[in-house]
Design a protein. Structure first.
Length: 602
């Protein structure tokens, strides 16, 4: 194996609905050997399942075919660029058929493979009978009665098998987001199940690019420092045989590739950085180092791997009634107070109407005044209460659809009945099924991944590596490294917001939110560790976080990862909050006041 060989992979999509510029930009750059597309957020599967029930040929991320590949397929084939995408959703074969039709229309020949086997919905009846009973990973709740989808997060081995068999394009169903990249690297470098450090490094490379431009300056704390948003570059990882890699972007594009932007993405939506559970490897990112390696280039190395567990994580979804969200704009003096009173009046009126019709009360309601710093709760600035233009957002859940349709009808009358300056009702709010997630573990031997290349079955190697942890509980949380004590401040001190001392980014996993916090200077870490205790973070976010807060140390990048449980009002489509995915939680934490020596140079 040539130790100097590099494989260049472009992250062309971060979610279903990402910009159409990614794939053409990466292909035109001449800097990639592969394109990797990620389309499947945790609840996208239920949306795709509903689409397939209406039209059996659907159930995949149609944008992959009609937008992304339509724009680049000829060039991809001509340049020998290979493609791996999880756009298959609940119907990888349907996605492949649509892509073959496009190829025929464009007059190109291409070999397309599909990966299936992640759909474990047929196992649900048997799982209901098993002992001990199935329990949800976070809440311990039993399996719900009406499960809509159930998909195991497959790993990278099927992708590798498809590429080994000669596929130019690989379309998968549900797999872990990073597996589309790791499968490429296992194919190119011949990594096996025992090459744990390399698998961890390849998984980290995939994790960095799986959210598109979030690796190249998107969502960066110091957003003012990120140039040319309109032409931001999509990420490229240049990967090496030892598992290390360099993050970059197409030449001449906007955005920012710097250690802090890569570090923010590294901590995005993970829990314990020492035990990041993936199907192929348990990753330890605590000693990963990121360093500038020239303009627009960041070197990443130091990921370590441990044997994987014997289970797949399964993400199931189920319907739990209905929900709606409606909005009104209020303008003028006392806009905040007017909005709150309006929301209370609407709920009171509709509550009485429900009782008159013999319907139960709402399962839950939520009133937010957008523009008045509602997400900050008691941490909102006093001036926010004096805003003269706000948006009232009114959300509710109910087991009966008609109850929420009644609520939706009663929003617009506020425009002529109550507060002056009420406007912006728009159309009547829609009512949608309330879809909740249910995550559980399933023994890998009960799942059979399948690979087909242009209709022919591809043989799969044994998916169970020789070294396997028996269960997540068998993974011991390693002792925290010894940290230097924070020396007591001598002399004058000042109080500054955390944003002066750190970068941060937050994301979601179900009803949990994680907040990665990276010190702007390594020497500030001991003081930050003393200030940012679990108890203080929990207290600061108490109006949002109902469960425990756990802090994990990530010394390699001078950082912490805070995992906040029961933090998102149910999470995803079940949450009534405007910020259902916790994207603003890092911003709220960055307002935390921290006392530091006055002579520090900010």
């Amino acid at each position: 194996m040539n130790s100097d060989r590099k494989i260049r992979i472009g992250g062309a999509s971060g979610f279903w609905g990402d910009s159409s510029v990614g794939a053409p930009q990466l292909v035109a750059s001449g800097q990639v050997d592969y394109l990797a597309f990620d389309y499947l957020a945790e609840l996208t599967m239920s949306i795709l399942a509903a689409a397939r029930m209406k039209k059996p040929e659907l159930g995949y991320a149609t944008d992959f075919v009609t937008v992304a590949m339509k724009s680049v397929l000829k060039d991809v084939v001509a340049r020998g660029i290979r493609v791996v995408s999880n756009a298959g959703g609940v119907n990888p074969e349907g996605c492949a058929d649509a892509l073959r039709a496009l190829a025929a229309e464009l007059g190109v020949q291409v070999r397309i493979a599909t990966v299936t086997g992640d759909d474990v919905l047929p196992l649900i009846p048997a799982l209901r009978e098993q002992q001990p009973p199935l329990a949800e990973l976070q809440s311990g709740a039993p399996l719900p009665a009406r499960v809509v989808t159930a998909n195991a997060y497959l790993g990278a081995l099927p992708v590798k098998a498809a590429l080994d068999a000669g596929a130019q394009i690989v379309i998968t169903g549900r797999c872990v987001d990073s597996a589309v990249t790791l499968g490429i690297l296992m194919h190119e470098f011949g990594w096996g199940a025992g090459d744990l450090d390399q698998l961890a490094g390849g998984s980290l490379a995939g994790h960095i690019i799986e959210c598109g431009c979030q690796a190249t300056g998107g969502l960066h704390t110091d957003w003012q420092a990120v140039p040319d948003w309109a032409h931001i570059g999509y990420p490229i990882v240049e990967c090496e045989a030892d598992g290390s890699f360099t993050v970059t972007k197409p030449a001449g594009t906007g955005g920012l590739v710097a250690p802090q932007t890569v570090a923010e993405q590294m901590l995005y939506e993970i829990h314990d950085p020492a035990n990041y559970l993936l199907p192929d490897v348990v990753c330890d990112f605590t000693q990963v180092a990121v360093s500038q390696d020239g303009p627009g280039r960041v070197r990443v190395e130091g990921a370590r791997g441990k044997p994987p567990t014997s289970s797949y994580k399964v993400s199931a979804t189920y319907v739990d009634g209905f929900k709606t969200s409606a909005q009104l704009t209020l303008v003028g003096f006392d806009a905040v107070a007017k909005a709150r009173r309006t929301g209370e009046a609407i709920l009171a009126r509709v509550g009485e109407l429900l009782a008159q019709q013999g319907l139960p009360p709402f399962s839950a309601t939520h009133v937010e005044v957008l523009g008045a710093e509602s997400p900050y709760g008691p941490r909102a600035q006093p001036a926010a209460a004096q805003m003269r233009e706000v948006v009232l957002r009114l959300s509710a859940r109910h087991p009966v659809k008609a109850a929420l349709e009644l609520l939706a009808r009663e929003v617009a009358p506020a425009g002529t009945s109550w507060a002056p300056g009420t406007t912006g009702a728009g159309g009547r709010a829609g009512v949608s099924p309330l879809i909740r997630q249910y995550a559980f573990l399933l023994d890998k031997h009960r799942v059979t991944p399948s690979v087909r290349l242009d209709g022919s079955q591809v043989s799969m190697p044994n998916q169970a590596p020789a070294l396997v942890q028996q269960a997540p509980a068998a993974i011991n949380k390693e002792a925290s490294p010894a940290w230097p004590e924070s020396a007591p401040a001598t002399g004058p001190t000042v109080e500054v917001p955390l944003i002066r001392l750190a970068w941060a980014r937050s994301g979601d996993k179900g009803d949990s939110s994680n907040i990665g916090v990276i010190a702007r200077r390594p020497e500030w870490l001991p003081l930050l560790r003393a200030e940012l205790t679990e108890a203080r973070v929990k207290d600061w976010l108490a109006h949002l976080v109902q469960g425990p807060v756990t802090r994990y140390d990530v010394p390699g990048i001078h950082a912490f990862n805070f995992v906040c449980q029961q933090a998102l009002g149910g999470g995803g489509m079940a949450s009534l909050r405007n910020d259902a995915l916790g994207k603003g939680m890092a911003q709220i934490l960055l307002a935390l006041p921290v006392r530091v020596p006055a002579n520090w140079d900010f």
